[in-house]
Design a protein around this ligand. Structure first.
Ligand SMILES: NC(=O)c1ccc[n+]([C@@H]2O[C@H](COP(=O)([O-])OP(=O)(O)OC[C@H]3O[C@@H](n4cnc5c(N)ncnc54)[C@H](OP(=O)(O)O)[C@@H]3O)[C@@H](O)[C@H]2O)c1
Length: 352
C-alpha cells in the first residue's frame, strides 16, 4: 500500500525530474480526466519541467472543458484532443495512434510517450455484442483496443527515458474462471460480464508479461483496479436507470466510506509513473533493493508487470496462474491477440 503523503511527495519528484509526455485513452471523463488534472496541477504547483498531453475520447464538449481547465491550471502545458467515435474498433485505435505519431513527429528527437493511460470503457451491462471486426465490444474496449494501442505506440513508448509507464485502469485482481479454449468467449452459454472481466484480467497479465519480456528496461506495465471512483458516467444513460438511482441515493450518504475521492484517485494514478514500479531488468533482478519496489506478477520485484489495488498495492493472485502452464498460456494469449490484430488489419472479421 502506498501512503497518500508518499504519493504526493513522489509526484513532486516526478514532475521536477523531466518534461513529461502523456497520452490518455478515455481522457474525456472519469479517471483519465482526473489523472490528467492531477498531473497538470502537480506541474503547476511544483514548478514542473513541462507537459505535453494527448486526450482521446468521443465527447468533444467534455474535451473542450477539460482542455480549458488544464490550460488554466498549467498554461505552459500543451494539450491536444483527438476525437474518436468508437475505440472498440481496432481500425479506429490505429487511426488515432497514427495521429498521435504525427503530432509527436514535430518534436524530432524528443518525440516519445512517457505515460500511457488506457481507461476507455463503456457499459458493463451489455450482452455479448460483436463489433463488425468480430470482437465482443466490451472485451474490445477493455482489453483488445488497449493492447492494440500499446503495440501501435511502442516506438514512442520505447523512446521514453522515464522509462515509460503503461497504465490500464480496469479490474486487476478479479480473475475467476478461465476458458483458454474460448478466449473470445464466443460460446454464449459461457458469456456474462463477470466471465468476460475474468478473461480480460488473465489476458492483461499474460499479454503484458510477454511485452515486458520483449522490452526489458524500457516498459513498465500496470493493470490497476481503481476502487470506486464516482464520475459523470455513473449518472449517464450508459448505465441502467436502477443503477443511476442507486448511486444518487447511496453516494451522498455512504460515498465517503465507499468511494475513492476523485482528486486522490488522480494523484494515485500519476504516482504509478514513479520509480516504485520498475520495468523488467535485463540484468539480474537481485540488483533491486529489497522493499524498494512493489511486488509484481512474478511475485518479486523486477518482472515489470504489476497487478494493483487502488492504493497501489500488489493484488496479484499467483495461485490462479498455477492451474496451467503459464509459459504456454502466455504464448497462447499473445498469439490469439496478435492474430486478431492481423486479421482485422487485413480487412477481415476475426473469428478466433
Ligand atoms: N470508476 C470506477 O469506479 C471504476 C471501478 C472499477 C473499474 N473501472 C473501470 O475503469 C475504467 C475507467 O473508468 P472511468 O470511471 O474513468 O470511466 P468513464 O468515466 O466512463 O470514462 C470512460 C472513458 O472511455 C471513453 N469511452 C467509452 N466508450 C468508448 C468508445 N466506445 N469509444 C471511445 N471511447 C469510449 C469515454 O469517452 P467519452 O466520455 O468521450 O464518451 C471516457 O473518456 C473503465 O474501464 C471502468 O470499467 C472503473
Amino acid at each position: 500500500m502506498v501512503e497518500l503523503k508518499d504519493v504526493y511527495e513522489e509526484n513532486v519528484t516526478l514532475v521536477q525530474s523531466r518534461p513529461l509526455v502523456a497520452a490518455f485513452f478515455g481522457g474525456t471523463s472519469g479517471i483519465g480526466h482526473q489523472t490528467l488534472r492531477a498531473l497538470a496541477g502537480a506541474e503547476a504547483e511544483h514548478n514542473g519541467k513541462g507537459l505535453r498531453a494527448y486526450i482521446v475520447g468521443r465527447n468533444a464538449i467534455a474535451a473542450d472543458e477539460i482542455l480549458a481547465e488544464c490550460r488554466s491550471l498549467y498554461p505552459q502545458g500543451q494539450y491536444t484532443f483527438f476525437k474518436i467515435d468508437d475505440l472498440s474498433l481496432i481500425r479506429n485505435v490505429d487511426r488515432v495512434c497514427a495521429e498521435i505519431f504525427e503530432a509527436e513527429r514535430k518534436h524530432g528527437q524528443n518525440a516519445r510517450i512517457d505515460y500511457l493511460m488506457l481507461s476507455q470503457g463503456g457499459s458493463i451491462f451489455l450482452p455479448r455484442t460483436e463489433t463488425k471486426e468480430g470482437i465482443d465490444m466490451t472485451m474490445s474496449l477493455m482489453y483488445y483496443s488497449r493492447m492494440r494501442a500499446i503495440i501501435q505506440l511502442l516506438p514512442l513508448l520505447l523512446k521514453s527515458t522515464l522509462p515509460s509507464k503503461v497504465v490500464s485502469v480496469y479490474a486487476a485482481g478479479m480473475e475467476a474462471k478461465f476458458y483458454p479454449e474460448d478466449l473470445s468467449l464466443r460460446d454464449l452459454k459461457l458469456y456474462s460480464y463477470g466471465q468476460a472481466r475474468s478473461h480480460m484480467v488473465y489476458m492483461h497479465t499474460l499479454f503484458m508479461e510477454m511485452l515486458a519480456e520483449k522490452y526489458p528496461d524500457k516498459l513498465s506495465l500496470i493493470h490497476i483496479f481503481p476502487g470506486l471512483v464516482i464520475g459523470p458516467t455513473f449518472y449517464s444513460s450508459e448505465f441502467p436507470l436502477w443503477f443511476r438511482i442507486m448511486f444518487r441515493v447511496i453516494n451522498p450518504i455512504f460515498g465517503r466510506f465507499l468511494t475513492v475521492p476523485r482528486q486522490e484517485s488522480g494523484a494515485r494514478m500519476v504516482n504509478l509513473a514513479s520509480s516504485r514500479y520498475l520495468p523488467r531488468s535485463s540484468n539480474s533482478p537481485k540488483s533491486y533493493q529489497e522493499g524498494s519496489v512493489e511486488v509484481d506478477t512474478k511475485g518479486k520485484p523486477g518482472s515489470g508487470v504489476y497487478s494493483l489495488g487502488w492504493k497501489g498495492e500488489n493484488n496479484f493472485k499467483p495461485e490462479l496462474y498455477e492451474e496451467f502452464d503459464k509459459d504456454e498460456m502466455r504464448k497462447k494469449v499473445w498469439d490469439h491477440t496478435v492474430k486478431a490484430f492481423e486479421v482485422i488489419e487485413a480487412g477481415n472479421m476475426f473469428t478466433g
